[in-house]
Design a protein around this ligand. Structure first.
Ligand code: SF4
Length: 447
C-alpha cells in the first residue's frame, strides 16, 4: 500500500508520459519532490560501489527515521509496483510472476515486484536497484507483507528483521502494546540495523530527525485541512497521493521533506486565499459541484482516466483514507523527538492498515461531517484484502449514520485486467447523478 513518489509521477499537474499531457507546473514543491526522488534513486544505484547499505521495507509502519539515523537507504517495493503500474509495465511484470506460479488471487503489488525483479530490477526512473542488505518487515495489519518478504527472502541472500505490531483489535493502543513494540525495537530491530550500518544508533541524531518529521507532519495536516474550505484548494485523493510521496517513503525526517511540506502548505494556502480549486489532469477545476470522501486505494494503471471521471464532473475528493495509509497525522499523531522509540512504536500501531473496522468507519464518518461532504465512494480493489474486507458493511453503516449516499466501484491496483473503464465510468456517473438529485432533496440509495 503506498503512494507515487518517483520521477514517473512528477506532480498533480504533470502526469506520467503515457497519459495525456497538461500544462507543466513550476510550483517549488513539485520541482523539489522531483529532484529528491531522482537523487534518491541515483544514490541507490551507486550504493554497492559506495559501500552504502540498502534496506527494503514497507510503507505502513516504515521506520525511516531509524534508517536515516544510521545512514541506511530505504527501498519501498510497493512504490516501485505502483510506479510500474503508472508506466504501463505492470501487465508484463504480473504475467512474469504468474508464469512462475503465483496465483491470480495474489496481491498484484507482490506479483508486480517479483516480475520487476525477474526483469532486471530497474527502478521507475530507469536506474538499477541494488539488492537488499536487509529486509525490514514492520508488520502492520496486512498478512501479505509476511508472505511477500518470505518470497523475497528466497530471492535474496540477506537477513530479515521483523517488527510485530499488534493489531488494534479493540480500537485503541494500550501501554502494553506500545511497550511490546518498543522492546522489539530495542532488542531486535535496532541491533539488526546497527549490524548493517556498522555503527551504533546515536539517539540525539534520531531525535533531531524526528523533529524534522514532526514539522513536516504539521504542514501536511494543514494541507489536508485546507479541503474543509469551500471551494477546496486541493483534491485530497487524486492530488493527495502526490502530497504523501515524500512523507510515506524515503524522505520523512530529512531537511528536504521538511522544506517540501513547508512549500506545499504555502502554495495550498495561497490557492485557498485566492478561492481557487484544485489542479486536475485538465488544469484547474473552476466549479466544485460535489465534495466526496473516498475509501480505498486508487487504480494506478489508468490513474488519470480515473481522476477525470470525477474532475470533469466537478467532483472533488475532500478527504480519503488511502492517503493516511502511511500515517494518520490528522487525528493528532506526531513523531516526538522527546520520546523517540515510543513515538516510533505509536506510529506503527496507528497506521490505517492496523486499525479495526469500527475505527475505520468512525474515521470516514468524521471526514464526512468535518469536510461537509455530499457523499462517499468506495473503490474496492481486488488485490488488497487489507482494505477491501468489510467495505460493504462500511457502506451500509455510513449511509445509516450520516444519511449520505454511498457509491461502490471495483477495480485493482496495478493489474489492468481489472480496470473496466466503461463500467467504472457508468457507475461513477450514475453515482454523481444520484448525488445531484440528493442535493435537491435527500434520498438514501446506493449506486
Ligand atoms: S494486500 Fe494491500 S496492504 Fe497488503 S501488500 Fe497488498 S496492497 Fe499492500
Amino acid at each position: 500500500m503506498t503512494t507515487p513518489a518517483t520521477d514517473a509521477v512528477k506532480s498533480p499537474t504533470a502526469p506520467p508520459p503515457d497519459q495525456a499531457p497538461i500544462a507543466p507546473s513550476k510550483d517549488a514543491s513539485q520541482l523539489r519532490q522531483k529532484r529528491m526522488i531522482g537523487e534518491h534513486f541515483e544514490r541507490l544505484e551507486r550504493a554497492p560501489e559506495e559501500g552504502n547499505k540498502v534496506v527494503y521495507t514497507f510503507v505502513p509502519g516504515n521506520l525511516t527515521e531509524l534508517m536515516g539515523a544510521l545512514d541506511l537507504l530505504p527501498v519501498l517495493p510497493e512504490i516501485n509496483a505502483l510506479q510500474s503500474g503508472m508506466r504501463g509495465k505492470s501487465r508484463g511484470y504480473i504475467s512474469e510472476a504468474e508464469k512462475s506460479g503465483h496465483s491470480e488471487d495474489v496481491c498484484t503489488y507482490v506479483k508486480c515486484d517479483l516480475g520487476m525483479k525477474k526483469s532486471g530490477n530497474i527502478s521507475p526512473t530507469g536506474t538499477k536497484l541494488p539488492d537488499p542488505d536487509l529486509l525490514l518487515l514492520s508488520y502492520t495489519g496486512c498478512f501479505t507483507f509476511l508472505k511477500w518478504f518470505e518470497i523475497l527472502r528466497e530471492e535474496y541472500d540477506c537477513p530479515v528483521s521483523m517488527l510485530h505490531v499488534p493489531y488494534q483489535a479493540d480500537g485503541k493502543i494500550t501501554p502494553e502494546m506500545r511497550r511490546y513494540v518498543v522492546d522489539q525495537l530495542e532488542r531486535d530491530v535496532i541491533p539488526a540495523l546497527e549490524r548493517q550500518a556498522g555503527k551504533s544508533l546515536d539517539m540525539d541524531r534520531l531525535s533531531e530527525i524526528l523533529e524534522l518529521s514532526r514539522q513536516a507532519e504539521d504542514d501536511l495536516v494543514a494541507v489536508w485541512e485546507s479541503a474543509k474550505h469551500k471551494p477546496s484548494p486541493i483534491d485530497g485523493y487524486f492530488g493527495g497521493v502526490y502530497y504523501v510521496g515524500p512523507i510515506f517513503s524515503a524522505f520523512r525526517g530529512t531537511e528536504d521533506a521538511r522544506e517540501y511540506y513547508r512549500e506545499l502548505r504555502a502554495e495550498v494556502e495561497e490557492r485557498m486565499a485566492a478561492g481557487r480549486g484544485p489542479m486536475t489532469p485538465d488544469g484547474e477545476l473552476t466549479e466544485e459541484r460535489y465534495r466526496l470522501v473516498v475509501e480505498g486505494p486508487p487504480n494506478w494503471t489508468s490513474f488519470n482516466d480515473f481522476w477525470r471521471m470525477f474532475s470533469r464532473e466537478g467532483a472533488v475528493v475532500v478527504a480519503s483514507t488511502y492517503t493516511k495509509v502511511g500515517g494518520l497525522y490528522d487525528t493528532g499523531f506526531r513523531h516526538d523527538p522527546d520520546r523517540p522509540l515510543e513515538s516510533l512504536a505509536e506510529y506503527c500501531l496507528n497506521c490505517y492498515t492496523n486499525h479495526c473496522l469500527p475505527n475505520r468507519v468512525g474515521l470516514l464518518e468524521q471526514y464526512l461531517r468535518e469536510y461537509q461532504a455530499d457523499g462517499f465512494l468506495i473503490n474496492s480493489v481486488k488485490s488488497c484484502n487489507s482494505f477491501s474486507v468489510g467495505q460493504l458493511l462500511m457502506l451500509r453503516t455510513l449511509e445509516e449514520r450520516t444519511g449520505l449516499p454511498g457509491g461502490f466501484i471495483e477495480s485493482d491496483l496495478v493489474d489492468p485486467r481489472y480496470f473496466g473503464k466503461a463500467n467504472i465510468e457508468n457507475r461513477v456517473q450514475s453515482y454523481l447523478q444520484m448525488l445531484a438529485s440528493h442535493q435537491k432533496g435527500p434520498k438514501r440509495r446506493t449506486a
